[in-house]
Design a protein around this ligand. Structure first.
Ligand code: TUI
Length: 314
């Protein structure tokens, strides 16, 4: 089976991270992925430190393998959650939606490996200089908060800019995507959308069903005007928001319009008012299965492609 630098560094069997999705990636999902040989990551999102501590402890009760916590840097609770992640001594801390410089020392002193999501070469260089252990290069095919560049464009440039292991994210859901990521210079992948269909993923059944039924053009990006573009399924809410964004609404009204919508999707399955974050790859997510099976399936899919590479070159 394919092993890489990141497996060795973290003591994991497969170079597969599960994205730390806000409201979605809880201790149960993270433990299932880690038990399957990947790296399960708890998403802090906007939640307070107490929630994150509880989920870390839940994950610890379900697995003895390494786990991670993702700190969403736009969260009003980021400072508090950063502290909790250090206190709980999680093996890996990933970050998203911003610059984690001010927390790096705290986390390194706690013994955690810091693996920030970067969406640009400049951020990749800065994080390398500040002692990150690896980088996640996430292209705009991903769900949730997105950068400008695609995975195809971002990953090789980040690999050229650093000697650290690079994990590719955005638009990866099967063995072909993993093989392509390795060809771009990555030594592992992070998937979010593919894990939405995991048995251990506790999202509302309506959310799961929407992912399973998604087609290629099902997602859209809103929120550019306020400076945090977000990819989600095209739903009545996404259409309403897009209309408001290009209409006369003030920034404050627009901000208020988006507040609480992810919770409505994840917990209530509210088809009208919810914001169903999803990557472009949703159309390739076709069945509900255990998280461990997903990890194994994508890696088993990648191996023959990578080992048989000369066959594709005619
Ligand atoms: O963070 C994510 N995905 C997310 S966060 C989220 S919650 C949210 N809700 C409303 C508005 C915004 C977020 C849902 N999905 N992915 C990782 C990611 N990080 N993608 C892009 C970036 C990124 C962008 C800019 C990382 C660093 C960065 O640096 C900017 C700077 O500060 O220079």
């Amino acid at each position: 089976m394919i092993q890489s630098r990141i497996c060795e560094m973290l003591g994991i069997e497969y170079p597969v991270f599960q994205g730390g999705m806000a409201w979605i990636a809880d201790g149960r999902l993270a433990a299932a992925v880690s038990n399957g040989g990947g790296l399960g990551i708890i998403g802090a999102g906007n939640a307070p430190g107490s929630y994150v501590r509880e989920q870390v402890r839940l994950a610890r009760s379900l697995t003895s393998k390494p786990i991670g916590v993702n700190i969403m840097l736009l969260s009003p609770c980021a400072d508090e959650v950063a502290q909790v992640a250090a206190e709980e001594k999680v093996e890996v801390i990933t970050t998203g939606a911003g610059n984690p410089s001010k927390y790096m020392k705290l986390w390194q002193e706690a013994g955690s490996k810091v693996i920030p999501v970067v969406a640009s070469v400049a951020m990749a260089k800065l994080m390398t200089r500040l002692g990150a252990s690896a980088l996640i290069a996430e292209g705009g095919e991903s769900g949730g908060h997105v950068g400008e560049l695609t995975t195809m464009v971002l990953v090789p440039q980040v690999c050229d800019a650093t000697d650290l292991p690079v994990i590719a994210a955005g638009g990866i859901a099967d063995g072909r995507g993993v093989a392509a990521a390795f060809m771009l210079g990555a030594c592992g992948v992070q998937m979010g959308t593919r894990f939405l269909s995991a048995e251990e993923c506790s999202i509302h059944p309506v959310y799961k069903e929407k992912i399973l039924k998604a087609t290629d053009l099902c997602t859209t990006v809103t929120g550019r005007r306020l400076g945090h573009p977000v990819r989600s399924l095209r739903t009545p809410f996404a259409r309403e928001y897009a209309k408001a964004e290009y209409g006369g609404m003030s920034d404050e009204e627009l901000e208020a319009l988006g507040t609480g919508r992810l919770r409505l999707a994840v917990q209530e399955g509210d088809n009208e008012k919810g914001c169903f974050l999803s990557g472009q790859i949703a159309a390739m997510v076709r069945k509900v299965q255990p998280a461990a099976e997903i990890v194994k399936e994508v890696m088993e899919g990648a191996e023959p492609i990578l080992l048989g590479a000369p066959k594709w070159v005619k």
